[in-house]
Design a protein around this ligand. Structure first.
Ligand code: SF4
Ligand code: SF4
Length: 384
């Protein structure tokens, strides 16, 4: 697909990138079969290929309407299409560029609503009482300390996770302590920038990203071995930091360094001897977030860790399909989001588990709303 980009509202870097991505799409349509919104709505414009056409048209002729923006909004950014695409189309990056240029079409009231939601979720002071009200779980065990620290890691605490489910970070600290690893924790205000980025607040996202890169580079240079992400949605964002900069930007190299040192907790634990740990529940079903399987390409890793403890992998129908959480998607696109959640829960419950486990706070909260059995972060099972 060739593009002649004339839209002047797009930076040189984005224009080059968009051109390259659009040209890599060969219109084959394989991605339609694994796109959740196309599966539910059956409209080509709610498919990856259809959205690529809409973005192309917006970039080439500055032609887009409020309707085009609605098709963009309905995309979950799950990147299932990237996993399916035989031509390696980097759809997620193109989507961000398309959303940025279409955002000015949004009505004032809706923009204000999105702004308030974004700022509320991202301000620890404002969100803390709300998070407390909607709290999913409280801390259930005593804090452990390493007998002799062999190395130090930085745990990304996340912006909403400490308020909604403080037991997740607590558990990770305990598990790592038992493995003689010292854990430093980032402050709740050090958000990775994903929510801003996905809601087209690119300047706010970049401000956070640059600040994080500076801060974490300093910590990495002072002896921190790795940055550990406990929410796969944050992990994929940090790993993608280099994609936000041109290679000539001074932040590009620093972003590469930070990204190379970032590991999902599963990635980190998969290299450790876990024989001294136990699992509190074996009859669980694992929901693999899109950010693990499509974003970070770590599919199967959590289940291979759990299987060391006797867990038997369960086949989940449509496991590649998003649960409908997708950051703030469940707030703005409730109908599609709930439909995807109900389908997901039915598929996860088919093997009659006692519990559902996952790797991302967004999926956890969303699934729990529709589930009659507990939903937890899988690492919580290891703190026994
Ligand atoms: S599978 Fe890839 S190349 Fe084929 S239409 Fe979809 S995005 Fe384009
Ligand atoms: S990111 Fe997900 S919802 Fe969006 S087009 Fe790709 S598969 Fe469909």
């Amino acid at each position: 697909m060739h593009a002649e980009i004339k839209n002047n509202n797009v930076s040189d870097a984005s224009r080059d990138k968009a051109n390259q991505i659009i040209e890599s799409c060969v219109h084959c349509g394989f991605c339609l079969a694994t796109c959740p919104t196309y599966q539910l709505l059956g409209d080509e414009l709610d498919s990856p290929r259809g959205r690529i056409y809409l973005i192309k048209s917006a970039l080439e002729q500055n032609q887009f309407s409020l309707k085009s923006l609605r098709h963009m909004d309905r995309c979950l950014t799950c990147r299932s299409c990237e996993t399916t695409c035989p031509s390696g189309v980097e759809y997620g990056q193109l989507l961000e560029i398309g959303r940025d240029i279409m955002e000015p079409k949004r009505g004032k009231l809706q923009s204000l609503y999105r702004y308030i939601v974004r700022k509320t979720l991202l301000s620890p002071t404002v969100f803390r009482p709300i998070g407390y009200f909607y709290r999913h779980s409280k801390i259930t065990s005593k804090s452990a300390k390493p007998e002799k620290a062999n190395s130090t890691v930085l745990l990304m605490s996340g912006c909403v996770q400490p308020s909604l489910a403080p037991n997740i970070n607590h558990t990770i600290k305990n598990v790592l302590s038992k493995l003689n690893i010292e854990v430093l924790e980032s402050s709740q205000s050090q958000c990775c920038g994903a929510l801003d980025q996905h809601l087209s607040a690119t300047d706010d996202a970049l401000k956070k990203v640059r600040r994080n890169i500076d801060h974490w580079t300093q910590q990495l240079e002072s002896g921190v071995e790795s940055i550990i992400s406990s929410a796969s949605g944050c992990g994929v964002m940090i790993k993608d930091y280099p994609k936000l900069f041109k290679s000539s930007d001074p932040y590009f190299q620093k972003a590469l360094f930070v990204s190379s040192k970032t590991k999902d907790i599963a990635e980190f634990l998969s290299t450790m001897d876990l024989s001294g740990l136990n699992l509190s529940e074996l009859n669980v079903t694992y929901h693999e977030p899109c950010t693990m399987q499509h974003g970070q390409e770590l599919g199967g890793l959590v289940e291979s860790i759990l299987s060391q403890f006797g867990y038997i992998k369960k086949t989940v129908k449509d496991s590649h399909i998003c649960c409908g959480s997708a950051g703030a998607y469940s707030i703005f696109e409730t109908k599609i989001s709930n439909q995807l959640r109900d389908n997901k829960i039915e598929n996860l419950n088919a093997s009659k588990p006692n519990m559902i486990v996952t790797s991302n706070i967004g999926c956890l909260m969303h699934l729990q709303k529709g589930s009659s059995i507990p939903v937890k972060h899988w690492v919580e099972l290891l703190d026994v």
